[in-house]
Write a protein that binds this ligand. Structure first.
Ligand code: SAM
Length: 278
């Protein structure tokens, strides 16, 4: 487990993922009844963009910093995402910190909602505990085990974010099996699965496996900085959403193409398509 999210915090992929996260939780918040949030691969929770890892890669400059300096008006989902994270970016004209998914979810949690974040790396886990305070129940457990242990939740409604580091060669294959099994335990839950676009073959395999398993209401959102992979480099990312709340697809159709043009003005594109509809 060498992956450290501090090198990538606030990059274009985080922005795409977290725009989706905010819109999905907003969808669940339309009803007063409590929701459950499970973050299977939570990271450190809060990242210092002035520290060495973020400064070394500078990835946030082509992500959150670009969006912050984009001229308005922005599509509603982008404006909403910025409104949620802005208080967590630190003072000053440019962002000094960037919140991870557990802190963003906590910002949207109400007293009745319940949030659990899992992180396996001991150092990231310690940082996550410190970042979350009491707002999120933090566990040092395998996120895949947590799917088995915590679903279905007693609230009977909720969002599970699955955001692994893709260090293992079999991660895509494993994900398909884990998602299908989780859906069997909690069929009405909303699931969001982030994946990198480097090599298209494993992504196509994941989509084929989920379709073959008979899952329905599967929406695929993808954003590409450049149209084609260039030598196995990360050129885009996707968020696959199972059971998206009402209106989510339309919000993303309005937001992601605009975000792609902001992040990559000459070659950025985005698509929002049902892999399997109702
Ligand atoms: N979701 C976070 C966010 O959006 O801010 C970023 C998470 S980062 C991409 C993936 C994290 O998963 C890393 O911090 C890594 O240590 C952790 N991790 C790796 N394998 C894990 C596992 N099996 N269970 C839980 N966490 C794991």
């Amino acid at each position: 487990m060498n992956y450290r999210h501090a090198f990538h915090a606030g990059n274009f992929a985080d922005v795409v993922k977290h725009v989706c996260l905010v819109a999905l939780l907003r969808g669940l918040t339309r009803k007063d009844s409590a929701w459950f949030y499970l973050d299977t691969h939570a990271g450190a929770g809060d990242y210092d963009l002035t520290a060495t890892p973020a400064q070394k890669t500078g990835e946030y400059r082509d992500g959150i910093a670009r969006l912050l300096s984009a001229p308005g008006p922005l599509p509603a989902a982008l404006a909403d995402y910025l409104g949620v994270i802005r208080p967590l970016l630190g003072d000053g004209d440019s962002p000094r910190r960037y919140p991870g998914s557990p802190l963003i979810a906590a910002a949207l949690g109400r007293p009745q909602d319940r949030l659990v974040a899992c992180e396996l790396n001991p150092l990231e886990f310690e940082a996550l505990q410190a970042a979350c305070g009491g707002a999120v129940h933090v566990q040092r457990t395998d996120g895949y085990q947590a799917l088995k242990a915590l679903l279905p939740p007693r609230e009977r409604r909720g969002l599970t974010l699955i955001d692994p580091p893709y260090e293992r060669p079999d991660e895509f294959t494993r994900l398909a099996g884990e998602l299908v099994a989780a859906h069997r335990r909690f069929a009405t839950g909303v699931y969001a699965l982030w994946y990198p676009l480097k090599d298209e073959a494993p992504v196509a395999g994941l989509k084929r496996a989920l379709k073959a398993a008979g899952l329905r209401r599967l929406l695929v959102t993808e954003l590409r900085l450049t149209p084609l992979p260039t030598g196995g480099m990360l050129h885009g990312c996707g968020v696959l959403v199972l059971n998206p709340p009402w209106g989510f697809a339309e919000q993303m159709k309005a937001a992601l193409p605009a975000l792609a043009r902001i992040l990559s003005p000459d070659t950025g594109t985005a698509t929002v398509d049902w892999l399997v509809p109702e």
